[in-house]
Ligand binder design. Structure first.
Ligand SMILES: Nc1ncnc2c1ncn2[C@@H]1O[C@H](COP(=O)(O)OP(=O)(O)OP(=O)(O)O)[C@@H](O)[C@H]1O
Ligand SMILES: [Mg+2]
Length: 300
C-alpha cells in the first residue's frame, strides 16, 4: 500500500519581485511502513517537500497524496484533521514543539489534550520507548539537548500518526545520541508500522534506513534512488545496517516515470560526451545509451 505519492510536484515561492521554484516536478512514492531518507544539497528543496507532506505548506501544482488525502485539493478544515491524525513532525530545533516550563510528560500530553484524547498511560509508554522513563517528571529546560530531542520524538508520536517526518533530526546532537535516535526510529517503524521519512545530510545515517532518495540539482529536483541491498543481512549482524559510506551500502537506481522518462546523471552524460542527443539501442536485456554517431557531413 502506498503512503506517499508525488508526481510532477511543483512548489513555487513568490516574494515581491522574485519567484523561487523550490520543487520542479518531483516524483516520489513511499510505501506504507517504509523507513527512508531524503538527501540533497542545501537548497535542493528537502524541507520544502517535508513541509508540504506535513501539511505545513501548500503545493503549487502537480499531484501529492498522503495516506489517501489529496494535499492539493484538501480544504483548510480537513488539513487540521490531517495534521492531527496522519503526521508527526520532528525538527532539528525542537523549540517549535516543546514547552520549557512543563515536564517531559506534560509536553507529551499537550497534543493529546489539544485533540481531546488524553491518554496518560500511552504518554508514559512513549517516554519509556525513547529511554526517558526516569526523566518524565523533569521540566524540559532541565533536560539535555539530546534528551529534549527524544521528548520531541515522543511528542511527534503522541497522536498515533501513520507517518513520521523528521527534518535533520540528528543535526545538533552527538554521534551516540544520533545512533540512539535512529534506533528509536527503527523500533517505532517496526513496532508501530509507522512510515518514516528522514531528511539528512549525514550519509552514515542514510546507511541505516531501507532506502535513500536524493533530490538533485536544486531547481530541477528529480528523484534518484539508492536502495540498500545489504540491509536485511547486515541487520542480522549489527541490528542496524552497515556503517560506512552510502556508496558501499546502496545500489543506485534512477526513477523511470510512467511514460518512460528517466534522468541520467550529468556526470555520466559528460563522461561519454552526450549533449543534446543520444542514440539508444536495445540488445535483449540491456538498453545502451551512447553518444550519437556524427551525421554525414557533420563536424565531429
Ligand atoms: N518561504 C520561502 N520563501 C521563498 N523561498 C523559499 C522559502 N522556503 C524555501 N525557499 C527556497 O526554496 C529552495 C529550497 O529550500 P529548502 O529549505 O527546501 O532547501 P533544503 O533542501 O531544505 O536546504 P537545507 O539543506 O539547507 O535545509 C531554496 O532556494 C530556498 O531559498
Ligand atoms: Mg532544510
Amino acid at each position: 500500500m502506498t503512503m506517499i505519492h508525488c508526481e510532477g510536484l511543483v512548489k513555487i515561492f513568490k516574494t515581491e519581485d522574485i519567484e523561487v521554484v523550490a520543487l520542479q516536478g518531483l516524483n516520489l512514492t513511499v510505501e506504507q511502513g517504509e523507513m527512508m531518507a531524503i538527501i540533497g544539497n542545501s537548497g535542493s528543496g528537502k524541507s520544502t517537500l517535508l513541509n508540504i507532506l506535513g501539511g505545513l505548506d501548500r503545493p503549487s501544482a502537480g499531484q501529492v497524496s498522503v495516506g489517501g488525502w489529496d494535499l492539493l485539493k484538501i480544504q483548510d478544515d480537513q488539513l487540521v484533521e490531517y495534521k492531527r491524525n496522519t503526521v508527526g513532525f520532528v525538527w532539528q530545533n525542537n523549540a517549535r514543539n516543546l514547552l520549557p516550563y512543563l515536564t517531559a510528560l506534560e509536553n507529551v500530553e499537550m497534543p493529546m489534550l489539544l485533540s481531546g484524547k488524553l491518554d496518560r498511560d500511552y504518554a508514559k509508554q512513549l517516554l519509556e520507548w525513547v529511554g526517558l522513563k526516569h526523566r518524565m517528571h523533569n521540566k524540559l529546560h532541565q533536560l539535555s539537548g539530546g534528551e529534549q530531542q527524544r521528548v520531541a520524538i515522543a511528542i511527534s508520536l503522541s497522536n498515533r500518526p501513520k507517518m513520521l517526518l523528521a527534518d535533520e533530526p540528528t543535526g545538533s546532537v552527538d554521534t551516540a545520541t544520533s545512533d540512539q535516535i535512529m534506533r528509536i526510529f527503527r523500533d517505532v517503524n517496526k513496532e508501530l508500522g509507522i512510515t518514516i521519512v528522514i531528511v539528512t545530510h549525514d550519509l552514515e545515517l542514510a546507511g541505516k534506513v531501507d532506502r535513500v532518495v536524493a533530490i538533485r540539482d536544486g531547481l530541477t529536483s528529480t528523484e534518484f534512488i539508492k536502495r540498500n541491498p545489504n540491509l536485511d543481512q547486515a541487520e542480522g549482524e549489527s541490528g542496524f545496517g552497515q556503517q560506512g559510506g552510502l556508496q558501499e551500502v546502496h545500489e543506485a537506481f534512477v526513477v523511470v516515470d510512467r511514460v518512460g522518462r528517466l534522468q541520467v546523471p550529468k556526470e555520466y552524460l559528460e563522461a561519454v560526451g552526450i549533449g543534446g542527443r543520444a542514440s539508444m539501442e536495445f540488445d535483449g536485456d540491456k538498453i545502451v545509451i551512447t553518444a550519437p554517431k556524427p551525421l554525414e557531413g557533420e563536424n565531429k
